[in-house]
Write a protein that binds this ligand. Structure first.
Ligand code: FAD
Length: 329
């Protein structure tokens, strides 16, 4: 007697039908509670390569439409992780999980990560958020402290809140051990750090507390990344370090980047953009060209992954990925 098992979808309900085909075919329909979906998690192993894209919650119906178009276009590159920011630049915090829900309902097998900051939340509120994230199928958290409010230079936690990202990492590890935890690293040193050495020491504390992977702040000079990685290794940080890249495609962005995260833009790059003058297409090309060279060098160095800050738009990311030889199947 031979058995064949078919998974059949009827309307919204998935059924399993077992057919015994010898001697007589028999059909059994067994309703399943839940669709079985195998989620691919990024491994960031030396021998593999994991691509991730960072989205942010859209504010208008128009920008939401662009977000989903972007996701559809980028999914062809088979990312293993999609992340969504939380409260960045004053954006709404509640929409993060809705965006990730949307990604999961379109692409159930991709792993999704919610960024989460300590800004304005008590420990109990952070726990509630983590619980909800887990229920919605989020498997990773980018655990962050967050920035001080605009105009302030120091971060002050709310009563019963957390002061540093390391405390959030420890809380997740202790109470939600199923989550994979990503933490932020700064190749050019965090703006508030007392010194590069202290900053790195605190990064190591985040890894020791449970951080699985380090995703870097965007940078435009690969030598900053390589030096950072060497310095991490010299103090015993062994977690994978994933470079964060954001193609700059116009002058306006440069100003924003310089103010927000103080990333240094090498002269060769600003000169290439200046040469493009007011021509928006030429500025775009200069930005894509620069980011592609950056990505190419990182890839040939054997980085275990790459995190693209795509800003909910796909054209620059697509061009960069194609230029480095990644194709959409
Ligand atoms: P921490 O690791 O806590 O470090 C903050 C500062 O405190 C550093 O200067 C560090 O050296 C110092 N420090 C750390 N621990 C200690 C200690 N125990 N004692 C004394 N000093 C200490 N922001 C958002 O609002 N939303 C987002 O979604 C978001 N996503 C991001 C994603 C990535 C990949 C990155 C790189 C940044 C992101 N940010 C986001 C920005 C981030 O919130 C800011 O850079 C913030 O200022 C620092 O967060 P952190 O998690 O690195 O903080």
């Amino acid at each position: 007697m031979c058995f064949r098992i078919f998974f059949v979808r009827v309307g919204d309900q998935q059924t399993v039908s077992i057919i015994t085909c010898n001697p007589f075919p028999t059909f059994y329909f067994l309703p399943l509670q839940k669709e079985i979906v195998v989620t691919q998690q990024p491994s960031y192993a030396k021998e593999s390569f994991d691509l991730s894209f960072e989205l942010f919650p859209p504010k208008t119906a128009e920008s939401e439409a662009m977000l989903w178009q972007t996701v559809d276009e980028l999914m062809g590159f088979e990312p293993t992780l999609i992340t969504c920011t939380y409260g960045a630049g004053g954006s709404t915090q509640t929409k993060t999980l809705e965006v990730l829900d949307g990604v999961l309902s379109r692409y159930p097998s991709v792993a999704v990560a919610s960024h989460l900051t300590c800004v304005g939340r008590t420990k109990d509120q952070l726990r509630e958020y983590l619980q909800e994230a887990q229920q919605r199928g989020v498997t990773s958290i980018v655990a962050l402290r967050g920035d001080p409010p605009q105009g302030e230079t120091t971060f002050n936690p709310v009563a019963n809140g957390l002061h540093y990202a390391v405390e959030l990492v420890a809380l997740i590890k202790e109470e939600f051990p199923e989550f994979r935890i990503l933490v932020a690293g700064y190749p050019e040193t965090h703006q508030e750090a007392v010194s590069p050495e202290e900053d790195l020491k605190h990064l190591k504390e985040k890894c020791n507390a449970g951080g699985d992977t380090i995703v870097t702040q965007l940078f435009y000079d690969n030598s900053d990344f390589f030096r950072f990685r060497d310095r991490c290794s010299s103090i015993g940080i062994t977690k994978p370090i994933i470079p964060g890249l954001m193609p700059v495609t116009n002058f306006k962005q440069i100003k924003r980047i310089a103010t927000l995260c103080k990333a240094r833009l090498p002269n060769s790059f600003t000169q290439a953009l200046e040469k493009a003058g007011d021509d928006a297409d030429a500025q775009f090309e200069a930005g894509v060209d620069y980011a592609s060279k950056q990505a190419e060098e990182l890839l040939s160095d054997g980085v275990p992954g790459m995190h693209l800050y795509v800003l909910n738009k796909s054209p620059a990311a697509i061009r960069v990925l194609e230029q480095v030889g990644m194709t959409r199947p």
